[in-house]
Design a protein around this ligand. Structure first.
Ligand SMILES: Cc1ncc(COP(=O)(O)O)c(C=O)c1O
Length: 521
């Protein structure tokens, strides 16, 4: 049997002063002790071996052993065979009040938390605000998180085989810095795919591989506009775009969405000189409307008139159940104003973090440069494997399979809502996508419903969380179904129904309470 060797501890930075009066072992002892007392070396942290530290510091091993013995004797560190030397988990009280005070301050809060002038810019504060719309905690995979594919049905074994095969050959030729635009065979595969499946007009030279469409939207916002420029976003709309636009310092106008998609006429009134227009024409996020052809042409005309760029976010168009999708807006663009953004998060899996931007020629140099300064390039191994996955036909097969699964799951969701949420939630079948909107009674508070649902383990984001201006004008919740099996669907619908009923029951009392407080003021 082979025993796994415990890993070496992390290297510790110690600056020795050979001219100082104290011995070198005393300096090492003090540096480590100060680090422990200051909380920089935390309980359980494994220290480097005496041999490794001696080599790092250029001193004899005995010098380090003497320092470690002292720390051990005083209880700052513990040593066990096979586990190396670690910082003690519990520090005796008297050590925290050691006679010779550490020269470093004990840090109890993040450094700089309260220093004057240390708060972020207004732009930074706005980003924090937008990020709160959806916290990292609830970006999970429980029902009904939107936009999460059926991860359990992904062909992981096949994927692992492809990864292993590419990892073996990565070697000297592909492991260095590479083209910021991305791995060429993947760019070619993407160009072929979007031309056939989405009617996008492009060559592989226009395809830029990015870290998910979120990074694509962020890059486009920064190179297509200047801070202070005006931008349109669908209202309600995708908070990812809102955050990226805040990061670019744009003035954002929420443009209402009707049955034909974003209302260009309303946009013209709200912000007549937009520089950037963000749309999800195939499947409006979050309402699910498909932008009509006449509205697409109207939008292109408005962009031409205003000399604006359009960002077309085509995030889940693969999942269309009833008819062929309309071709992409980009395919109708004759002026080179549309930047098409796509993602592999929905067909493949979100943690892959691969998306792409198809940029008009005129924007290509700037966006390529921006990509260079924002992370240089996407990790190459995953790009290679994804290119294989597409060119070997697995991508197409997986889309077809998932399309059938998601159509069925949407029906399960409708069934579950009819059975469990009758009278308090209304949802209609949709021809595409991975989520539905569940409409609540007009006087419901969707944020309150969402909070109560979360306490029951159900993730139902409030529609109001996507309001850019007035929002949808009606309360509702977003219900992602792609990753939820039938049994979970019914249980989650029951939980959601409980949350809605509880919220509705509380509502009159809250209003009554407010009214009586108002009367006595
Ligand atoms: C409207 C919209 N755009 C894009 C994305 C995908 O983002 P990414 O490719 O960064 O994972 C999502 C994911 O939920 C989305 O809802």
């Amino acid at each position: 049997m082979t025993r796994r060797r415990a890993p070496e501890g992390i290297p510790v930075l110690i600056a020795l002063d050979t001219k100082a009066s104290g011995s070198l072992s005393r300096q090492i002892y003090r540096a480590l002790r100060d680090g422990i007392l200051a909380g920089r070396l935390t309980g359980g942290l494994r220290l480097p071996s005496t041999r490794a530290l001696a080599i790092d510091l250029g001193v004899s091993r005995n010098t380090v052993v003497t320092a470690f013995d002292q720390l051990l004797a005083e209880g700052y560190v513990e040593s066990r065979v096979g586990r190396g030397t670690r910082v003690s988990q519990t520090m005796p009280d008297h050590l925290l009040h050691a006679r010779s005070r550490p020269r470093v301050r004990i840090v109890t809060t993040a450094p700089g938390n309260s220093a004057p002038g240390s708060s972020p810019s207004a732009r930074g504060a706005l980003l924090v605000d937008h990020a709160r719309r959806r916290s990292a905690v609830d970006e999970g995979t429980v029902a009904f998180a939107p936009g999460v594919p059926a991860l359990d049905l992904f062909p992981w074994q096949l994927w692992s085989r492809l990864v292993a095969s590419r990892a073996r050959e990565l070697g000297a030729t592909s492991a260095g810095y590479a083209d910021s635009l991305g791995y060429r065979p993947l760019r070619e595969a993407v160009a072929r795919y979007v031309a056939v499946a989405r009617g996008v007009n492009c060559t592989a030279d226009q395809v830029l591989i990015v870290g998910g469409s979120q990074q694509g939207i962020d890059l486009v916002a920064r190179v297509a506009t200047d801070p202070g420029d005006s931008a349109w976003i669908e209202d309600p709309g995708y908070y990812g775009a809102l955050g990226a636009f805040a990061g670019a310092g744009l003035r954002v106008t929420g443009v209402p969405v009707d049955a034909d998609g974003m209302s260009v006429a309303a946009g013209r009134v709200g912000a007549p000189a937009a520089r950037l227009m963000y749309v999800t024409p195939s499947h409006q996020f979050p309402l699910g409307v498909t932008m009509s052809l006449s509205r697409r042409l109207e939008l292109l005309a408005a962009a031409a008139e205003m000399q604006a760029w359009i960002v077309e976010d085509d995030y889940d168009s693969e999942f269309r159940y009833v008819s062929r999708p309309l071709t992409a807006l980009q395919g109708l663009d004759t002026e080179g104003r549309v930047v098409y953004v796509g993602t592999f998060s929905k067909v493949m899996f979100p943690a892959l973090r691969i998306g792409f931007v198809i940029a008009p020629q005129s924007l290509l140099p700037a966006i390529t440069a921006a990509r260079k300064f924002a992370g240089t390039q996407q990790a190459v191994l995953e790009q290679m494997v994804l290119a294989d996955f597409i060119t070997d036909g697995h991508f197409e097969r997986h889309v077809r399979r998932m399309r059938a699964v998601y159509a069925e799951r949407q029906q399960h969701l409708i069934d579950a809502l009819r059975a469990e949420c009758a009278g308090v939630l209304d949802a209609s079948p949709a021809g595409s996508g991975m989520h539905l909107v569940g409409w609540l009674p007009p006087d419901a508070d969707d944020a309150d419903v969402s909070r109560r649902a979360a306490t029951r383990g159900v993730d139902a984001i409030a529609l109001s969380a996507f309001a850019v201006g007035r929002g949808a004008g009606r309360p509702g919740v977003l219900l992602g179904y792609a990753h939820v099996n039938r049994a979970t669907m019914f249980a989650a619908a029951r939980g959601l129904a409980g949350a809605i009923r509880e919220s509705l029951a509380q509502r009159p009392r809250v209003l009554a309470g407010r009214a009586s407080r108002g009367a006595s003021d």
